[in-house]
Write a new protein. Structure first.
Length: 494
């Protein structure tokens, strides 16, 4: 396919959420797969819901995730401007054209008048009254008022909206690249407002005008927009334009059932905003792989891809129709996978930040790199390093109760003491994992007991916990002074 142009068209109403990032990803992959263009368009026509920092957050998030856009705000391109708030003239022009063609009309009804109409119809048995082909003829609009009066009202600056004249009975069909043929009955549609009383377009008009003017060939967006598609198809038809191909992505579902919303995600401890993933130091590759699989699959059992591989493999026909369940543990699995591949050197700045935030300052790069090496195999997220490895920076304040019960027996203090005295004699250089292990082995052999009978108490005494990275490497990193004093303390306290 040549000249593929797709767009990610978020409304800047808040921080970018993972659902949005998935939409962006599928657009990005599709564009790059076809050697096409990925456009960012900011749909900021709803002034009431506009959030100042949102656009910046969207752009930062896309860049963090490794999917920079080719055209968009701040980047330029031949089809700008890329913010709808800067494109008013186009919407005015095409709404005027629709009115002139008698496919849209001015409406002057107040909110109360529309409410009245609705409640009147509800009382007479219509459960979902609309402003439509039937009711419009009893309302205040340019179809019912004399031309003179319409002119007067417009000239006097009276507030109005422009509505789409949706045909009474018509089946609107189109082919969705994921869902196949879909059809809607026009009776189900409202006479959609195209221009609001503040002069700004609604999403529907702006979206269609811009997709056309920006040469968008494929609209790839969430399923929640499917019900808007028939209105868009009508607009394309009335404006004499060929509609782009459309693909509506499956909903993202909560593991507990139902659509994943901010609310139920919070309850499950699932971060919703991309910014939260950045803050919690998720690896972008992990999130990208995870999101790629949230609706799409390569058709075989491969699970880990680079961005280049995803681009190569991606196609719309491998996207499912059914809701995609957000499995957080799968995301954690991806994060472990990618994080473990990152060299200690590269993780150092992030980990140092965590360590220092926790109040542990003054540690050398060498110390922290070794700390990272030891913790990496056990951590799922960069934030886990400090959470589970606090004992690398301060002596344990408490000892894990279960481990105490299991491992600290009446004979333990004597054994621990012995080990303490043996290792206290070692000089700097000999205080290393190999020799420490040997010292401990010697004791358990002499005593004729199992290795764990001494190893577990030592781990408990030094770390306060019953599990962790290799004990002897841990001891080596902590150094003699700290280890000896912790063993002493444990013998006293436990
Ligand atoms: N502005 C819409 C949104 O916030 C865009 C929907 C579409 O892609 O058409 O998601």
């Amino acid at each position: 396919m040549s000249n593929v142009r797709v767009r990610f068209a978020p409304s800047p109403t808040g921080l970018l959420h993972i659902g949005g990032l998935r939409t962006a990803l599928y657009n990005y992959l599709f564009a790059k797969h076809h050697g096409g263009t990925f456009v960012l368009r900011i749909e900021d026509t709803d002034q009431k819901r506009y959030v100042e920092e949102a656009e910046k957050d969207i752009i930062t998030s896309l860049n963090w995730a490794g999917m920079p856009f080719d055209e968009g705000p701040g980047k330029g391109g031949d089809f700008g401007p890329y913010r709808q708030s800067e494109r008013s003239e186009y919407y005015q022009k095409y709404s005027a054209q629709l009115i002139q063609q008698d496919q849209a009309y001015y409406a002057f009804d107040t909110t109360e008048e529309i409410e009245d109409m609705r409640s009147r119809l509800q009382k007479s048995g219509n459960p979902s009254p609309k402003y439509d082909a039937i009711t419009r003829m009893s309302m205040k609009n340019s179809l019912t008022l004399p031309a003179e009066e319409v002119k007067k009202r417009l000239e006097s600056g009276e507030k109005f909206v422009v509505r789409l004249k949706v045909p009474r009975r018509e089946t609107i069909r189109f082919e969705d690249d994921i869902r196949g043929f879909v059809s809607f009955e026009s009776q189900g549609l409202d006479d959609q407002v195209l221009l609001k009383s503040d002069g700004l377009p609604t999403y529907h008009l702006a979206n269609v005008v811009d997709d056309h003017l920006m040469g968008i060939t494929h609209v790839i967006r969430g399923e929640e927009w499917l019900s808007s598609a028939p209105k868009h198809i009508l607009l394309y038809e009335y404006l004499g334009w060929e509609p782009p191909r459309m693909a509506h992505l499956p909903l993202i579902m909560s593991p507990k059932g139902g659509k994943l919303s901010k609310r139920n995600a919070d309850a499950l401890g699932i971060p919703v905003n991309v910014r939260d993933y950045v803050k919690q130091h998720y690896e972008p590759e992990a999130l990208i792989n995870f999101l790629a699989f949230l609706g799409w699959s390569p058709g075989d059992d491969r699970e880990v891809f680079t961005m280049e591989e995803l681009i190569k493999e991606f196609s719309l026909d491998r996207i499912g129709k059914g809701g995609a369940i957000f499995n957080h543990s799968k995301l954690i699995w991806y994060n472990e996978h990618f994080m473990r591949k990152i060299p200690e050197e590269k993780l150092l700045p992030k980990v140092r930040e965590q360590v220092e935030e926790a109040g542990y300052t003054g540690y050398s790069d060498e110390y922290l790199k070794e700390f990272i090496r030891l913790m990496k195999e056990r951590a799922s997220l960069v934030t886990d390093f400090v959470t589970y490895g606090q004992y690398f920076f301060e002596e344990p304040k408490v000892y894990d109760e279960k481990t105490v019960k299991k491992a600290w027996k009446p004979a333990t203090p004597t054994l621990v003491d012995k080990f303490r005295n043996d290792i206290a004699e070692l000089d700097e250089e000999s205080f290393n994992a190999v020799i420490l292990k040997q010292k401990l082995s010697d004791i358990v052999e002499d005593e004729g007991i199992g290795f764990g009978k001494l190893m577990q108490p030592v781990r408990l005494a030094v770390t306060g916990m019953g599990f962790g990275p290799d004990l002897f490497e841990t001891l080596q990193l902590l150094g003699k002074k700290r280890v000896v004093s912790r063993l002493d303390k444990a013998v006293q306290v436990l």
